[in-house]
Ligand binder design. Structure first.
Ligand code: SF4
Length: 615
């Protein structure tokens, strides 16, 4: 039986041209889908050095070949573009239903090109695709936007949209679907620059699978393995609302703009305290884990605040950077960011940066529009989020991200700007979890846990081997393994939490084969090879845009200041051997000492056409 047909949809907002395009068989075999299609089509269609916010930039909304099926936790979707925050490749993932709906529409991806003259949205249904006027939607928050689209196009409609932050080009605007977000890298900012408010899909078609009977049997096995795994039941019960109960005692919970690795009075923000505020659960398409925990604030200054979250990263973003211990404020802050459509991780970092500058006298009360940015002041944190989302006063400066904000503020502020390639790090202290730290340094998208998460350091996972989390160049192989593995799972596109449920190593290849009919999926080691191919091509994308070894670095604080953990492990840790790490990492990857994929490596990965672009 032949492999199933794969196709993409190209929508040009400048010309109004809309056309479908078949994916060539060789491309489908070499890149499978998801993260593979994301980098392949961006690399081959976007000219080097394109201004991310120009008409020429392109956006790919990509789903995977398993999306929309009844397989579990595989219906996520990605946005790939050139990031306005970093200038590097952007790969930002999201859950909810949109990935499944994109597959229902019959497409593996939508490539958005050009820029509309006025606010528009794209409506895709089973029989048509139209660019429609979005004047009524412009200015509306993400939830209201989605409700409007459902009322207009019917209950079988799902949308991905931006909020007011994306419209105002806040550099770290997110794209929302339900209350889930593709939040990193400023993908919502690119959408705003194109005056594209939303993509709405109305469809409920059956999925075309290569071998439906085999697929059904594999899904039964997947569910059996999941149900037998402790990780699945724990995650179903608490989501990620207890992860900080692990990372804080380990000394890897960044506090006060990455000065400390542990927060005091942490019991006020424990998983049990979040459970007291919980009012429900939310899940992505075909995932029985339903790990989104909905929280409601019943009284006090934040009475009525209501959020599908915060999950671990957002709990941290609104507690660690500004040393806030008011749990209700974290719920209110999460809701605000979701309404505005802003990345919580970068928002929290930008606020923590401002608090430190205020403490050091670099920002005065006059410059903060009268806000007193003293640690623990959660009311000021809430005010700052609103100011960033509206680009008002100091919020306009912070809306650029910490790297650009530091340049604007001056007076030595750059010394306290915590970012890699312009993107702010997530909730793991790089000196206390060094595989993650080196992953931040070498990731092709900037500081992200989503690029090469290190379960070995956080949960003690022994795969592929156990690690000492304070070792440096000795763990270069682990950083590579984690980055390649993540790219491989996003071929699916599997949820990262599913990696703890035991089915991926034995079933991902078989599910992909049964879904697509691409025989090579079943070859031992083939999916890992494609994962490595993706990371190399993403690196080549960055090299073509001027990135080199000097960009694979970490903030001054991480390299020069010892970590303080208040008695937890990791006291005094710094990243001491970045150069030795990079030498080893590049050598193991087959890259030059300047961080450029060698011709030999690219040829070996079947990327000869990329090798010709390298210096
Ligand atoms: S585990 Fe959570 S985030 Fe992952 S697919 Fe399921 S509901 Fe979505």
């Amino acid at each position: 039986m032949a492999a199933i047909e794969r196709k993409g949809l190209r929508v040009n907002l400048s010309t109004g041209e809309i056309r479908g395009e078949a994916v060539e068989e060789q491309v489908a075999t070499d890149f499978i889908g998801g993260s593979g299609f994301g980098i392949y089509y961006l690399y081959t269609h976007l000219a080097p050095n394109t201004d991310p916010l120009s008409e020429q930039n392109k956006m790919l909304f990509v789903t995977g070949p398993l999306a929309g099926t009844n397989a579990q936790a595989v219906s996520r979707w990605l946005v790939c573009t050139r990031s306005p925050l970093t200038g590097a490749f952007a790969r930002s993932s999201c859950g909810a239903d949109f990935g499944a709906w994109l597959r229902f529409s019959g497409y593996d991806f939508i490539m958005v090109e050009g820029r509309a003259e006025k606010p528009v949205y794209i409506h895709l249904s089973e029989n048509s695709c139209q660019i429609k006027d979005a004047a009524e939607l412009w200015g509306k928050d993400t939830l209201t936007t989605q409700q409007w689209l459902t009322e207009r196009h019917g209950k079988d409609t799902r949308a991905a949209c931006i909020g007011p932050a994306g419209e105002r080009l806040v550099k770290y605007a997110s794209i929302a679907s339900a209350r889930r977000t593709a939040s990193r890298c400023g993908t919502g900012t690119v959408m705003g620059s194109k005056q594209l408010k939303a993509i709405a899909i109305t469809s409920r078609k059956h999925m075309q699978l290569h071998d439906p009977e085999a697929f059904k049997t594999l899904v039964r096995e997947q569910v059996r393995l999941m149900k037998a795994s402790k990780g699945f039941h724990h995650h179903t019960d608490v989501g990620t609302t207890t992860t900080h109960d692990i990372t804080n005692p380990l000394g890897m919970y960044p506090v006060r703009n990455f000065r400390y690795g542990q927060q005091d009075e942490f019991e006020r923000l424990s998983g049990e305290e979040y459970r007291k505020l919980r009012t429900g659960d939310f899940g992505c398409y075909s995932c029985s884990s339903r790990c989104g925990k909905v929280h409601h604030v019943p009284g006090g200054p934040y009475a009525g605040a209501h959020s599908e979250g915060p999950e671990y990263e957002s709990i941290w973003a609104f507690s660690g950077p500004m040393d806030n211990r008011c749990i209700e404020a974290t719920v209110a802050a999460d809701q605000l960011c979701d309404d505005f459509g802003m990345d919580t991780i970068t928002t929290g970092n930008a606020i923590g940066f401002a608090y430190e500058l205020y403490e050091k006298g670099i920002l005065t009360r006059q410059e903060t529009d009268g806000l007193e940015l003293t640690y623990g002041n959660h009311a000021a944190m809430i005010d700052l989020i609103k100011k960033i989302g509206r680009r008002e006063g100091i919020g306009d400066v912070l809306a650029e991200g910490v790297m650009r904000a530091a340049r604007t503020i001056g007076k030595g502020a750059e010394s306290y700007a915590i970012h890699v390639k312009g993107m702010e790090p997530p909730a793991y202290e790089p000196r206390g979890a060094k595989c993650l730290g080196f992953n931040y340094a070498t990731s092709n998208i900037g500081a992200s846990h989503g690029y090469g998460y290190a379960p070995q350091e956080v949960f003690g996972s022994p795969i592929p081997r156990q690690v000492d989390r304070f070792a440096e160049e000795e763990n270069a192989d682990i950083v590579i393994f984690n980055q390649n593995t993540r790219a491989m799972r996003e071929l699916g596109i599997c949820c990262s939490f599913a990696s703890l449920w035991g089915w991926i190593p034995t079933l991902l290849d078989k599910l992909l084969l049964a879904a697509t009919g691409i025989d090579r999926c079943a070859e031992p080691g083939y999916l890992q090879l494609v994962g490595e191919r993706i990371v190399n091509m993403e690196r080549a994308f960055n090299v073509r845009n001027g990135f080199r070894r000097a960009d694979d670095t970490l903030p001054r604080r991480i390299l020069e200041e010892p970590l303080h953990t208040k008695g937890a492990p990791g006291e005094g840790q710094m990243i001491r051997h970045l150069d030795a790490f990079l030498d080893r990492y590049y050598a193991l990857r087959g890259w030059t000492p300047d961080g450029v994929p060698s011709s030999q490596k690219l040829e070996q990965l079947g990327l000869g056409f990329v090798a010709r672009d390298m210096p």
